[in-house]
Design a protein. Sequence first.
Length: 313
Amino acid sequence: MEKKKKKALVLFSGGLDSRIAAKIMEEQGFEVELCFVKLPFGGGCCNNMPCIINFAQTSGYRLHVVDSTKDEKFREYVEIIRNPKYGCGAGLNPCKDCKIFIFREGKKLADSVGASVIVTGEVIGQRPMSQMKKALMFDDEMAGLTGKILRPLSAKLLPETDYEKSGFVDVDKMFGIHGRRREVQMKLAEKYKIKYPSPAGGCLLCEKIYSEKLKMLFEYSKDLKYEEILLLNRARMFKKKGLVFVGRNEEENLFIMEVAKKLKWKVFFKEGVSGPSVVYDREEDSEFAKELWEVYSSGNVEDRKKFSEWKVE
């Protein structure tokens, strides 16, 4: 009878480092499965699902997506943003709480699929705050996973995990990468014939303007919906009686109208007339929405100033 392979679950960000981590584990004889935690505000190296799916399929890895933009998982994540246990960065980014959330989701999935090792592509010093040695060990401890998170790209610079101590993985085939330069990773990408995206996107919660809009949304909407969040960085935002969003171009106009349909919000636009789409949630703002349509259709920048007291930016 064929011996069953050991299984590794890679907490997959979509970027180069987590792709290499998966290949390292495969090279060590593990059956590799990927766990991508889809977050409402982004945060991974790659939030392009077709790109992530393509890597999994071409590599022969099973991909699991933990979708935190829906239902109870969404509400749980929003509560982390509202009340982070370990504080925030410059915006509303609760980096430690977020990492612990991802690790705990990874642990549940690892138990479910029978993975013996939990792996990340993290590199010491790549991010000056969240990826220093002390911070990495803190994340492991708070997630209840001390000694259970393997970081093969920096393993030689970190305390031994339980897997290394027991000889379950070969530490000699791990690396001691440190810092933000990626020469070693790029050479490994050539070795493993990995195609990878340029770092892009990132977490919207780190952006000051976006965070201010989100604070306003938190205060306004006690039962927050994911679709409301989608509007924040895709249109001009106003707050009068309720929330009003004004599109800035054809793409945004179509997008916010589609979101409004899902939310059952009102829409103001004039068929066949050049101008923005205006979406709003309260009937009391119908006249205000019409006025916004008129002023943003006219192209008169001076006239827009009288609406500045309601603009959220």
